[in-house]
Design a protein around this ligand. Structure first.
Ligand code: PEP
Length: 260
């Protein structure tokens, strides 16, 4: 069985300025974590954060990436530029981008492809809204988001993460219960196995996102198919975020000892 290193990703969204963001990471900058820790600042602060974090193990991700490579696309930032700037990860298809900026599965697929080609690890965000959950079509929605968002992509030996973020849980304070999250993550893993085979699917890390905080992190992380957390609001609260990173590191140490 493949051991997947736990990962915690902070999504800082449109929050700043740089002083606030530095103060959110300063308390854990020099610590060692067994889990992988990633912060996703607004584009404009990526370089500043890289300088600030240069002696730490914390990695940088972007919150988005252009589907275009270069040319007359005002306001866009390409995968190559993000890679050159020092990013290792990029979020793709966050629900806020899907709902407010009209991103869809097809544009996500192009972005995932661009990221993979450049050597960035895409974090494809998927999840149902409350109406879809009430209508019991969560699985259909996820199947489609995965099939279309990853259509035709060769994932063999590629680094990819999938973040399951139920829209009803994002920023609402109503996280999915660990049982619901595990059930959905297990389903996602099965879908990936069906699409790509067990060898590739077992290596893809699945993150849960939606109202994660220091109180619910441990139980979520201890679910067998949850390999990490995507954290919005609580990632701007240093006390919460350090605590979540520590809990993920305990999980990582346990995996090293037990092998699962
Ligand atoms: C997010 O926006 O990715 C997120 C998970 O937000 P929050 O943790 O605030 O629900």
């Amino acid at each position: 069985m493949h051991i997947r290193r736990p990962i915690i990703i902070a999504n800082w969204k449109l929050n700043g300025g740089i002083d606030l963001l530095c103060s959110s990471v300063v308390s854990f900058i020099r610590k060692h974590y067994e889990a992988e820790i990633v912060v996703c600042p607004p584009y404009i602060y990526i370089r500043d954060m890289l300088n600030f974090l240069q002696h730490s193990e914390i990695r940088i991700g972007s919150q988005n990436v252009s589907k275009f490579e270069s040319g007359a696309f005002t306001g866009e930032t390409s995968a190559q530029m993000l890679k050159e700037a020092g990013c290792k990860y990029c979020l793709i298809g966050h629900s806020e981008r899907r709902s407010m900026f009209r991103e869809n599965n097809a544009s996500c697929q192009i972005k995932v492809q661009r990221a993979l080609n450049t050597g960035l690890t895409p974090v494809l965000c998927i999840g149902e809204n409350s109406e879809e959950r009430e209508n019991q079509i969560t699985r259909d929605v996820l199947t489609r988001q995965l099939a279309e968002g990853l259509e035709g992509l060769d994932l063999k030996n590629k680094s990819l993460c999938i973040a399951y973020e139920p829209v009803w849980a994002i920023g609402t304070g109503k996280a999915a219960s660990p049982e619901i999250a595990q059930e959905v993550h297990q389903f996602i893993r099965q879908e990936l196995i069906a699409l790509y085979g067990a060898d590739t699917a077992e290596k893809i890390r699945l993150l849960y996102g939606g109202s994660v905080n220091k109180t619910n992190a441990k139980e979520l992380l201890s679910q067998p198919d949850i390999d990490g957390l995507l954290v919005g609001g609580a990632s701007l609260d240093p006390e919460h975020f350090v605590n979540i990173c520590q809990q993920a590191s305990v999980q990582a140490e346990t995996q090293l000892v037990t092998g699962v």
